[in-house]
Design a protein around this ligand. Sequence first.
Ligand code: SF4
Ligand code: FES
Length: 289
Amino acid sequence: MLDALVQIRDENDPTLGFRGSCRSGFCGDCTMTVHGKGAITCRTKVGKAAKKSEDGVIPIAPIKMAKVVKDLIYDDQHFHWDKIKATQPWVDIDSRISEHDHVMSNERVKELRLAMSCTQCGLCDQGCVVLAIDKTYLGPGALTKAFRTVHDPRDKRYRERLDLLSQKRGVWDCAHCFEATEHCPKGIEPTDRIFDIHDKVIKEDLGVGGAKRHYKSFAASVRAHGWLDEARLAIESEGIGNVKGILKLIPLALKAALRGKRPMPYFLHKKRPGYKRIRSIFEKWEVKR
Ligand code: SF4
Ligand code: FES
């Protein structure tokens, strides 16, 4: 597809604007929307795309969500690079590690290698349901890049980085929809990279209070009862001692009650049949950690 665009520019319209560089799926520069879906155009076959419509016409557009600069060129500075920069994607080598001896085990490199193969094509961001409504969210592309530095054992700013990533617009804005993973052509599974950062933040007890409490309460109630205790989740997300926050929940609780939804918290919340099996999954996971 990219070659076809080059040909059109050479032979028909020298003003046509689009991006593309490596022509081999490596640089992530040629992402566009083809037939309504994000595509790496240098890896997209014209013949195959033409067969998708009855008249053989291939609709091509700039990527969705970002501002268009010209024709098929989008503003990648705002949509992409500013966010990557906000994650501070450079390794700050711990000075205790010798200048000539940057130690990293093969196992750790293996874990990082997949994330390092990210071409920053932006397709995961294209699929992201949160970015679709809030462009300020860092997004799966930038967070996959952030995973690279967070997971590097040579870096001396581990906790500082996790704290940065768990602030507003960071990892806790992820809606767990797995769309980013579905969209990634490299099989990097950006959603799992975000979950990995979640786990690290929880382990280090960092980040924004509400999100952290929500995460912990969710897991604790499923562990205890085999299913979610919604009333407990609402209370604990606000914070047990936060009287003002809890009082704010009353109108919502009344509204839910009027519609027949009256969840009972804590010991009044019934245990699900099979809750012991669910608890054993938690226990196995806790031992593994
Ligand atoms: S994680 Fe995958 S989809 Fe997202 S920018 Fe990297 S290569 Fe593209
Ligand atoms: S031109 Fe580099 S990925 Fe398409």
